[in-house]
Ligand binder design. Structure first.
Ligand code: ADP
Length: 608
C-alpha cells in the first residue's frame, strides 16, 4: 500500500467509512442491549423481591404486631426461619427507625445509620420504595438493591420491611455480556475490514483502471480500452470512457488532419504569408515568406518584423499596416529588386473579436505584371503598326482627291504606294489572325509524315530569285536525295522555313552567303540557316522572338517586315514539339537552328 496515498486513496476512505459505520451501529446496538439487559435484571430482581415479600407470611405476621419492638424475639426467629430459604438480607425497622430484627447483626441499631434512610422514610409514608447502591464487605464493594415495604396495620404504619439483595452476580453477568459484545464487535470489525477491502476494491479497481487509461490518453496514447464488466454505474463509466476515447480519437485525428492540411497548404503555397502580433513579433511566416524576406525560421526569433520587412518595403511596417487597416486600405503593390509584389493585409482577431495582430499576404506578381506589360505593349504596337500604313494611305488619297496631282506617272506612283501599304496592312492582319489562332490553339495542324529535305529544297527554290536579285549565294549543304521524315503540317513548316530564309536574305548585304543544312541528330531533324549578314547585337538577341520586336524598325518596315515572323515561327515549331534558336554576331552574321522530332512510324511508304 502506498502510505503517501493512504489519505487520498478512495479505497481506504471507503474501508474507513464502512468500518466506522459498522462500529457506530454495533456500539449503539451493544449499548442498547446492555442497557435493556441491565433494566431487565433490575426489574426482575425488583419483582422477585416484591413477590417474596407480598406472597410470604412475614408481612402478614408483622401486621399483627401493634408495636414491633415489643415482639423482637418472635420477629427475629421468624426472619431466621426465612433466612434459610432466601439469599437477601432482611431488616425489620419500626416507626422509630430502629432495626427490630435482621438477618444481619444490626439489631438495635438505628436504621438511618445503617440502611438507606430515604426509602425507609418513603415506606413509612406508605409507599413501596426502591434504591440501588454499594455496601462495603471485607474490603470489597458489593452492588446491592434495597427495597422498603410499609407494614400497614389498618391506617397505621407500624414499620418497614427492608430487603437488600446482592446484585453482584447480576452485574457480573452484565460485565460478561459486555465482554462478549466487545469480542463480537472486534470479530465483526475484522470481518468488516476484510469485506470493506473487498467491496472497496471491486469499486475502485475499475475506477483506477479508467484513471490509469485516462492518464495514458492524456499522454497521447488512444489505444486504451477499458473492459466493461458490469451493468452498474461503474460499468456505464467504463462504457462512457470508451465512447469518449473513440470520439476524442476521431476528433483529434480530424483536427490533426485539418492542421496537417493547413500546414501543407501554408508550406507549399507560392504566396508569402506573415502573421505579426501587435508587439511587432512575427508569429508565423511560411517558407515562401521567409524566402521573400531573405531570412530563415531561426532568425525570425531574433529580429523584429519591422527590421525584416523594411528590407523589402518601407511602406509595410507594422505601424503603417495598422494605419492602413484602420482606414480600410487593405491591398497594395510594390517593386523591389526587379520583382513586383502584390500585398493584402488585415487584422486578425481573437475569439472575442479583439485585434491580435496583422496578417500579411505577399504575392510575387512579376510574371503576371510582365504579361500585362506585354499585352499592353502588344495593343500599342498593333495600333501603331496599323496606324502607320493608314496614315500613308490617307495622306496619298487626300492628295489625289484634292486633284492637285495631274501628272499620270505621279498618280500611278501614289496609287502603287497606297496599294503597297494596303498589302502591308493585309499581311499584318493575316499575321495577327494567325498568331491569335496559335495562341488559342485554334490553328488546326494537318500533320502528315513529310520528307523535310524535299520541303526545304522547294522553299529554297521559291526564294532563289530574291537571293539572285541581291546576288547572294544560297548553298544547300545537305544531301539532296536524303529522306528525313518528319510528322508535320507541311504548309506551316514551309512558312517557317520561308520566313527564316527571307530574313537571312533581307538582313544580308548584296553578294552575301547563305548556307542551308538539314540533318538527323538523335531523334530530331535539325535545320540550320546561316548567313553572313548584318547580325544582331547581343543585347537584342534574347528579344527577337517577341512580337513586333525589330532591331531596326525602319529598315524592317522598308523591307516589308511586320516584326511578327519569328514570333509566329516559334509558335508553329513549338506546336510541332520542336525548338527554334537564334545565334548571332553583330555585323558578322546570324544562325537560326530549328529542331523537329523525327517521325517514329516505321516502314512508311509514299513519303511526300
Ligand atoms: P521582320 O518581319 O521584322 O523580319 P521577324 O520576326 O521575322 O520580323 O524578325 C524580327 C527581327 O529580328 C527583325 O526585324 C530583325 O531585326 C531581326 N532578324 C531576324 N532575322 C535576322 C537575320 N537573319 N539577320 C539579322 N537580323 C535578323
Amino acid at each position: 500500500m502506498d502510505v503517501k496515498n493512504f489519505g487520498r486513496s478512495m479505497r481506504w476512505k471507503l474501508v474507513l467509512i464502512y468500518c466506522l459505520l459498522v462500529f457506530i451501529a454495533m456500539t449503539i446496538i451493544g449499548v442498547f442491549i446492555i442497557n435493556q439487559l441491565e433494566a431487565y435484571y433490575i426489574d426482575s430482581t425488583k419483582n422477585n423481591l416484591t413477590n417474596t415479600v407480598k406472597e410470604g407470611t412475614l408481612i402478614t405476621s408483622l401486621k399483627s404486631y401493634k408495636n414491633l419492638s415489643q415482639h423482637q424475639q418472635e420477629i427475629q426467629s421468624n426472619i431466621d426461619a426465612w433466612k434459610k430459604t432466601l439469599q437477601e438480607d432482611i431488616f425489620v425497622v419500626d416507626d422509630n427507625y430502629m432495626i427490630v430484627a435482621s438477618t444481619n447483626v444490626n439489631q438495635g441499631q438505628s436504621a438511618i445509620d445503617v440502611l438507606d434512610s430515604k426509602i425507609i422514610l418513603t415506606a413509612l409514608d406508605g409507599q413501596v420504595s426502591q434504591s440501588q447502591g454499594n455496601i462495603m464487605s471485607q474490603n470489597s464493594t458489593i452492588p446491592v438493591m434495597n427495597m422498603a415495604f410499609p407494614i400497614e396495620r389498618g391506617d397505621i404504619i407500624s414499620g418497614v420491611i427492608y430487603i437488600r439483595a446482592d446484585m453482584s452476580s447480576i452485574y457480573e453477568n452484565i460485565t460478561y455480556s459486555k465482554l462478549i459484545f466487545v469480542k463480537a464487535m472486534a470479530i465483526g470489525l475484522v470481518i468488516t475490514v476484510l469485506l470493506g477491502v473487498f467491496i472497496a476494491r471491486s469499486i475502485t479497481t475499475p475506477i483506477n483502471d479508467v484513471t490509469e487509461k485516462a492518464e495514458k490518453m492524456a499522454k497521447g496514447d488512444f489505444s486504451q480500452e477499458v473492459s466493461v464488466k458490469s451493468n452498474d454505474e461503474i460499468g456505464r463509466l467504463a462504457e462512457m470512457f470508451n465512447l469518449l476515447r473513440t470520439q476524442l480519437d476521431a476528433t483529434l485525428s480530424e483536427i490533426s488532419s485539418e492542421k496537417n492540411k493547413m500546414e501543407t497548404i501554408l508550406q507549399h503555397m507560392g504566396d508569402g504569408l506573415i502573421a505579426v502580433n501587435l508587439s511587432g513579433q512575427i508569429i508565423h511566416a511560411n517558407p515562401a515568406a521567409l524566402n521573400m524576406l531573405r531570412t530563415t525560421a531561426a532568425e525570425l526569433n531574433l529580429r523584429s518584423y519591422d527590421s525584416l520587412i523594411q528590407e523589402l518595403s518601407e511602406e509595410l511596417t507594422l505601424e503603417q499596416l495598422m494605419k492602413k487597416c484602420t482606414e480600410g486600405d487593405l491591398s497594395g503593390i510594390f517593386e523591389k529588386g526587379g520583382f513586383t509584389y502584390a500585398t493584402r493585409y488585415d487584422w486578425f482577431k481573437d475569439e472575442s473579436g479583439n485585434d491580435m495582430g496583422i496578417i500579411l499576404l505577399l504575392q510575387d506578381i512579376t510574371q503576371r505584371q510582365k504579361l500585362e506589360n506585354i499585352q499592353m505593349d502588344f495593343v500599342a504596337n498593333v495600333s501603331h503598326e496599323l496606324k502607320t500604313p493608314l496614315t500613308t494611305i490617307k495622306s496619298y488619297t487626300e492628295t489625289l482627291l484634292d486633284g492637285c496631282v495631274e501628272d499620270a506617272e505621279t498618280v500611278s506612283n501614289f496609287l502603287e504606294i497606297i496599294n503597297a501599304e494596303a498589302d502591308r496592312m493585309n499581311r499584318l492582319v493575316k499575321d495577327l489572325l494567325q498568331l491569335s489562332r496559335l495562341d488559342n490553339n485554334q490553328e488546326i495542324l494537318n500533320r502528315k509524315e513529310t520528307n523535310l529535305v524535299s520541303l526545304i529544297k522547294a522553299a529554297v527554290k521559291k526564294v532563289e530569285i530574291t537571293a539572285n536579285n541581291k546576288k547572294q549565294h544560297l548553298n544547300c549543304l545537305f544531301n539532296l536525295e536524303e529522306r528525313i521524315p518528319v510528322d508535320m503540317d507541311k504548309d506551316r513548316i514551309e512558312q517557317v522555313i520561308l520566313n527564316i530564309l527571307s530574313n537571312a536574305i533581307k538582313y544580308t548585304k548584296e553578294g552575301g552567303r547563305i548556307d542551308i543544312d538539314v540533318l538527323k541528330l538523335g531523334k530530331n531533324a535539325v535545320v540550320t540557316v546561316t548567313d553572313n549578314g548584318i547580325g544582331i547585337p547581343v543585347t537584342e538577341q534574347s528579344r527577337v522572338f517577341e512580337r513586333f520586336f525589330r532591331v531596326d524598325k525602319a529598315r524592317s518596315r522598308d523591307l516589308g517586315g511586320t516584326g511578327l515572323g519569328l514570333a509566329i515561327s516559334k509558335q508553329i515549331v513549338e506546336a510541332h514539339q520542336g525548338t527554334i534558336k537564334l545565334e548571332s554576331k553583330d555585323g558578322k552574321g546570324t544562325k537560326v537552328t530549328i529542331a523537329l522530332p523525327l517521325s517514329l512510324k516505321k516502314g512508311v511508304r509514299n513519303i511526300e
